[in-house]
Design a protein around this ligand. Structure first.
Ligand code: TEU
Length: 546
């Protein structure tokens, strides 16, 4: 008798899509995207071919960090809609075969959460220990030298109770104390609440930071050698990057929380996808134990590299080697400059972004798109007077502002861009989007970026990715390529045309990033053998014949 195979989880061959809710679709004409707007656009996502829709936070919030400051984990922010709108969203998504994952923010709450209000009321309030309070240093300064990710000290003094509270982000985002069992119990119930409402899982905000070293020691200045592949942008010159972080993030014990959550989500078949923002794949792997860890984590290194074959080879290979099967592959997010812009801007950047996506598609794990990536959208240069991001507004660091990648989706070439009603000023400007940037124009054009991305996703679905393991078949030079079972994925990540040797046999093109229409790849759909030539930024998927 042979053992029956372990069934694959529902996300095994999925493609994910991040919806930055404020900027996706505005149904009520207030200039801010909302849940009903998203529901009305779900058909588009189904048509595009994605399976998982990650929706950024829609919970009650004073919006100091645009919803990543949650004042009620089970209440819906009226700006985005109602609990019924969430139900309707999930129901419609499921009708279309889409899964919805919600954005859980467990590292910190809003300072307006009732827990924090009570915690602040007195030192002996039962909620005091939900947060991290300390006396100041002997000189009257903060308890230690920790810094906020957004800049400045990670501590704020509370006049009323004479102690400091810890916040790795804004002062309005006090860090929860995960050493407290009561906090753990609260979150078990929050997870169950949303699972019972029908959501399919969670994206877990700053999943690597929940546990802090109990002694809160000072952190040392960064001693890392410069990473030759790092993009070297404003982010890498921030307060946060000036330090190493041995005590404030990625502590022993954080994975215990996810072990507990696995038990909570398992009866519902829920997905746990961590925002584990660590650039060391070996550290990341610790969160992804198949038995009791997170099911998936994003791998963010591709958002921090310069465009070069060496950098791409390194970020893909190092992660695949350490964490097969459990990575969510991303090249964009609502926190970073858009991929097309980072990779050179305009058609150059768009082509490179599509080439990288082609490489993502055959790797073990789940590729995710950031809203608008499929249109090849560049950043919008949001003028300083329109800045919304607290990094720009509070910390006066416009060069690090995240607004440029968060502007509204251009759906149609009409006033309001199909995002909002004509004449409504959206919360962030549309910028100078052209008709050919919009969904409706690209949808009708088989040679558009959107059409190519859609074909790419369809090809991923059609090829057999069941084969375990991948073989890197590139040698050197500009081409990055690997073979998975009967399929080869290859991209020219260099600046000039290049050729590479295909593995033995005939190879039939399934996808060609440079081809304007289906099946019109460089070699037609005839099988190719021997050496294959690819232009700079051209990417292909080929299947072995026979
Ligand atoms: O971002 C997390 C974040 O900023 C960190 O992971 C950071 O990039 C890293 O530690 C630097 O090394 C999430 C959300 O995506 C973002 O929009 C929120 O502002 C933030 O958390 C706070 O909730």
């Amino acid at each position: 008798m042979t053992a029956s195979p372990v069934p694959l989880p529902w996300w095994a061959d999925a493609v994910g899509y991040e919806v930055y809710l404020r900027s996706f679709a505005d149904s009520d004409g207030d200039g801010i995207g909302d849940l009903r707007g998203l529901r009305e656009r779900l058909d588009y996502l189904a048509w595009l071919g994605v399976d998982i829709v990650w929706v950024t936070p829609f919970f009650a919030s004073p919006m100091h960090d645009h919803g990543y400051d949650v004042a009620d984990y089970t209440g819906v922010e009226p700006l985005f809609g109602s609990a019924e709108d969430v139900d309707a969203l999930v129901a419609r998504a499921h009708e279309l075969g889409l899964r919805v994952i919600v954005d859980l923010v467990p590292n910190h709450s809003s300072s307006e959460h009732p827990w924090f209000r009570q915690a602040r009321a007195s030192r002996d309030n039962p909620c005091r220990d939900y947060y991290i309070w300390r006396d100041g240093a002997p000189d009257g300064g903060p308890p230690n030298n920790w810094v906020s990710v957004f800049g400045g000290p990670a501590w704020t003094f509370d006049d009323a109770t004479g102690q400091w509270w810890l916040h790795l982000f804004l002062p309005e985002q006090p860090d929860l104390n995960w050493a407290n069992e009561a906090v753990r119990a609260e979150f078990d119930e929050i997870l169950r609440f949303w699972l019972r409402r029908g959501v399919d899982g969670f994206r877990i905000d700053v999943a690597h930071a929940l546990v802090k070293h109990p002694d809160l020691p000072d952190i040392p200045e960064a001693a890392r050698p410069a990473d030759p592949h790092d993009i070297g942008d404003a982010v890498s010159r921030s307060d946060w990057e000036r330090y190493d972080h041995p005590y404030d993030v990625d502590q022993e014990g954080v994975t215990e929380i996810y072990r507990r959550w696995r038990e909570v989500v398992e009866p519902f078949g829920g997905l746990l996808l961590g925002e584990v923002y660590l650039h060391d794949p070996a550290r990341l792997a610790r969160y992804l134990n198949p038995q009791d860890g997170l099911h998936l984590s994003f791998w963010f290194k591709p958002l921090h590299i310069r465009w070069s074959p060496e950098a791409i080879r390194e970020v893909l290979r190092s992660a695949v080697a350490e964490v097969p099967e459990h990575l969510a592959w991303v090249q964009g997010s609502h926190d970073r400059s858009r991929a097309a812009t980072r990779f050179g801007g305009g058609d150059l950047g768009r082509g490179r972004s599509l080439a990288l996506a082609t490489l993502f598609m055959g790797l073990p794990g789940v590729p995710f798109l950031y809203m608008g990536e499929e249109l090849g959208l560049d950043d919008v240069a949001v003028p300083p007077e329109r800045s919304q991001d607290p990094i720009a507004v509070r910390h006066r660091a416009p060069e690090r502002a995240r607004d440029n990648c968060r502007t509204p989706m251009p759906w149609e070439p009409v006033p309001g861009h199909g995002f909002t009603a004509a004449g409504v000023e959206p919360w962030l400007p549309f910028g100078d989007r052209r008709p050919q940037d919009t969904v409706s124009v690209q949808r009708d054009d088989p040679s558009s970026w959107l059409s190519r991305w859609r074909r790419l996703i369809a090809v991923r679905k059609s090829c057999d990715l069941g084969a375990p393991g991948i073989d890197w078949v590139d040698r050197d030079g500009g081409i990055v390529a690997y073979r998975r079972g009967r399929t080869v994925f290859a991209a020219n990540c260099g600046d000039a045309s290049a050729t590479f040797a295909l593995p033995a046999g005939g190879w039939r093109p399934l996808f060609d990033s440079a081809a304007p229409a289906m099946d019109g790849s460089a070699g037609g759909d005839r099988a190719v053998t021997g050496r294959l030539a690819l232009d700079a930024a051209q990417a292909v998927i080929l299947q072995h014949e026979g």
